[in-house]
Ligand binder design. Structure first.
Ligand code: ASP
Length: 437
């Protein structure tokens, strides 16, 4: 029998009005049997997400203070939803129990996970559905990788003909302690559930109609993307297209389950379908995404090319500080590393000090206003002159390129520009490839 897993994001569960839309979506298609929920998100632009409030509870408690006052705001949000929907649940008892558990088990992961847990319990009671707690079945290793046996165990728990609600965002460590995914990780939970039940489709319901060719805050009315491959999605999402968590494709890629990004507020409107592969078409560029706030750390040392292990030692310095690197462009006597500022945090002086001490470079330079733009598309490999067009459209606007990296599979070209040029550069690339050939 065909079966769909539907994940609803925080914006789709922000208040009772949205819950009603969720129910209508589920009722319109009985194959939508497995429902994965986020925690209620923002109702208006300066509202606070439940997960953020829970993280505040955690930091309050860490400082030795009582989280009660902060938790009161969380209580109010959930009670409002329960009252407005007339849900048959003892919400006071559930909230009291959760608050008491948070006071006893103050780990960041446990506290953050309670937003989805509570939302799942309420949604299940409201829809008269079965509640499945991923804290019992979904095992996440310390590296973040899903333990293989999860798929069988969770698949067994989700089996049946009935409607099931599972909270997103968390699972457990192999030792059974609650563990969360990174922020936005309910998307990953939905993908894990889809693979566990071998769903025909993973629907990810949010507040937009899928992906656009570029960020609509930077480009006016960008084109809508109808289909994306897993790989294109991963590149775009990783580089800032904030619609779906980039790690969501791993669970579904082995069985090849498609993902659809749909809009809860426009359920029959356009959407984006993410598929293992798509037939060759005329598109050169599928999408453009970018991120600000990178450091470019460059070193120069004469005869570096002859020093076996030099590159490894350079990269090891970042590893020993727990910092991932994004790119490492090299020359004969030069090597650069591009790292995200958020990963480096306060460690920059210590990293630079170690580079000077252990590698003794002739020159060490840090650029701290680098933005990266990824232009992604499976069609670019066949397009003679693609890189030339991209560079020319930027140079025509006087934008200086700091870095160029044409990925080895030639479906993603990354350019680094100064922060001030970021928005103009995205617009220039979009305009160049909007009409493609
Ligand atoms: N509630 C979590 C967050 O705000 C996870 C999610 O919504 O996907 O990041």
């Amino acid at each position: 029998m065909s079966l769909k897993v539907c994940k609803f994001g925080g914006s789709s569960l922000a208040d009772a009005e949205h819950f009603l839309k969720v129910r209508a979506i589920l009722e319109s298609d009985p194959t939508r049997r497995i429902v994965v929920v986020s925690a209620p998100g923002k109702r208006f632009s300066d509202d606070v997400k439940i997960t953020d409030m829970l993280l505040l509870c955690q930091s309050v408690q860490e400082q030795g203070l009582d989280l009660g006052q902060m938790f009161q705001k969380i209580r109010t949000r959930y009670k409002e939803i329960v009252q407005n929907l007339n849900v048959d649940i003892d919400i006071d008892a559930l909230l009291d129990e959760t608050e008491a558990q948070m006071k006893k088990n103050g780990t960041k992961d446990f506290m953050a996970s309670r937003g989805e847990y509570l939302c799942g319990r309420i949604t299940a009671a409201w829809l008269k559905a079965r509640f499945v707690d991923p804290g019992e079945y979904l095992q996440i290793e310390s590296s973040g990788v899903i333990k293989e046996e999860t798929y069988d165990k969770l698949g067994e728990a989700l089996k049946g003909d009935d409607l099931v609600v599972m909270p997103g965002f968390y699972g457990c460590t192999p030792k059974g302690k609650v563990k969360t995914f990174p922020r936005g990780g309910s998307d990953i939970s939905g993908a894990v559930a889809a693979r566990a039940v071998r769903a025909e489709l993973y629907e990810n319901w949010t507040d937009v109609n899928g992906f656009m060719m570029a960020d609509p805050r930077l480009v006016k009315n960008p084109k809508h993307i109808e289909t994306l491959t897993y790989k294109e999605l991963r590149e775009l999402a990783y580089m800032g297209a904030n619609v779906l968590h980039d790690e969501s494709i791993y669970p579904v890629s082995e069985p090849g389950i498609p993902i659809e990004i749909r809009n809860t507020n426009d359920p029959t409107g356009p959407f984006t379908r993410i598929v293992p592969s798509r037939p060759k078409d005329d598109r050169v560029v599928t999408g453009i995404a970018g991120r600000k706030d990178f450091y470019l750390i460059q070193i120069e040392k004469i005869l570096m090319n002859k020093m076996v292990g030099f590159g490894r030692r350079f990269l090891q310095i970042f590893e020993s500080h727990g910092v991932n690197f994004e790119h490492a462009p090299t020359g004969i006597d030069t090597m650069s590393v591009i790292v995200r500022k958020e990963y480096v945090g306060e460690q920059l002086p210590a990293i630079l000090e170690e580079i000077k001490r252990t590698l003794q470079p002739d020159r060490l330079e840090v650029t701290d206003n680098l933005a990266l733009i990824a232009t992604v598309g499976q069609g670019m490999i066949r397009c003679v002159g693609f890189a030339g067009r991209l560079c020319t459209c930027l140079s025509k606007r006087g934008i200086n390129l700091q870095v160029i990296d044409l990925g080895s599979t030639q479906d993603n070209m990354i350019v680094g520009v100064e922060l001030n040029d970021f928005e103009e550069a995205v617009r220039a690339i979009y305009e160049e490839f909007e009409h493609q050939a």
